[in-house]
Design a protein around this ligand. Structure first.
Ligand code: PEP
Ligand code: MN
Length: 338
């Protein structure tokens, strides 16, 4: 059971509900969003039937939600969530957004050059990691704050939104200062301290699915973000581990319609990490759109051989252009724009 409060509900109204339900043995979990406050309850929910919460001052709606991910679920919100970003960019509407750029920020010149090229091809969001989650401690770990400065400067110069990964609770404020969207990487999907910290800031976030995370676990992780007050969350399918070794990961196309049915949050597909090989990226992107995704994330690099990370799965600009052309046709076929 969750209680959605009216926008004009007062602190006293909230306290009254908290105290009255505490007497029934329930613990209230209050999430204060920008537009509304929602109270969820932990404990014997059946006890709530004893009191008519609907008529309590400040209450707008009382809802029975069966899914364990309450705020994330379609039961809680029927309409698709549309996330508004700078430069008239949206994620979750009819138009499919495209995020593209190198795996890592490598230099100002490189970032500027690729940003201009991808923007000209219709990309709305520039990607580039500054803090990189690498399997080996000896591999390039990212440029850190310097990389974020470059990403921000290039974003402003070109007029495009930016996204970069936050790996640690200590980096949340730093990322929020420099980028438009915070990315939580696959390896951190269940880093609950990080989810809580990113939940309390007012910046859109993209939550990648863990490589061994079930769809339910992914949605439960998203619930941490919403329960802490951040409703601007997108989910990103980026491939899971299976027995298959021909590709780096197995892009779980099923996850797209499943997540869209279970949740109102926008779904992003990342066929770069989902396949691990540039040759398969366009096929994965087209499949994602056909399956109903709201955005794509694609790694693009001008010289993949020299890329500091993920060169093998990075597309050269000409191949990326071909991807955009073929994806537009698929988008049209499923009544979407790109
Ligand atoms: C990335 O986007 O470069 C990245 C590290 O992604 P993931 O967390 O999906 O591996
Ligand atoms: Mn990468």
């Amino acid at each position: 059971m969750i209680v959605i409060l009216r926008p004009d509900a007062t602190e006293a109204n909230i306290q009254h509900i908290v105290e009255r339900t505490a007497k029934l043995g329930l613990k209230a979990n209050i999430s204060r969003g920008v537009e509304r406050t929602v109270i969820g309850f932990i404990g014997p929910e059946d006890a709530l039937r004893a009191i008519p919460l609907e008529v309590f001052p400040g209450v707008d709606q009382v809802m029975q939600v069966l899914a364990p991910y309450r705020l994330v679920s379609r039961e809680f919100k029927k309409e698709n969530t549309i996330i508004k970003l700078p430069y008239n960019t949206t994620v979750g509407g009819t138009k499919i957004a495209v995020m593209a750029g190198p795996c890592s920020v490598e230099s100002y010149e490189g970032m500027l050059s690729i940003a201009k090229k991808v923007k000209a091809l219709g990309v709305n969001i520039l990607r580039g990691g500054a803090f990189k989650p690498r399997t080996s401690p000896y591999d390039f770990q990212g440029m850190g704050e310097e990389g974020l400065k470059i990403l921000q400067a290039v974003g402003k110069e070109v007029g495009i939104c930016t996204i970069s990964e936050v790996m640690d609770t200590r980096q949340v404020e730093l990322l929020a200062k420099y980028v438009d969207i915070l990315q939580i990487g696959a390896r951190n999907m269940q880093n609950f301290s990080l989810l809580k910290e990113v939940g309390i800031i007012k910046k859109p976030v993209m939550l990648k699915r863990g490589m061994s995370g079930t769809i339910k676990e992914w949605l439960m992780s998203a619930e941490y973000l919403l329960a802490n007050g951040n409703y601007d969350v997108m989910l990103c399918e980026r491939g899971i581990r299976t027995f298959e070794t021909a590709t780096r990961n197995t892009l779980d196309i099923n996850a797209v319609p499943v997540a869209k049915r279970l949740s109102h949050l926008p779904v992003v597909v990342d066929p770069s990490h989902g396949t691990g090989s540039w040759e398969y990226v366009a096929a994965g992107a087209r499949a994602g759109i056909a399956a109903g995704c709201d955005a794509l994330m694609i790694e693009v690099h001008e010289n993949p051989e020299e890329a500091f990370s993920d060169g093998a799965q990075s597309l050269m600009p000409d191949k990326f252009q071909e991807l955009m052309v073929s994806c537009k046709r698929v988008a049209l076929a499923v009544d979407r724009d790109l």
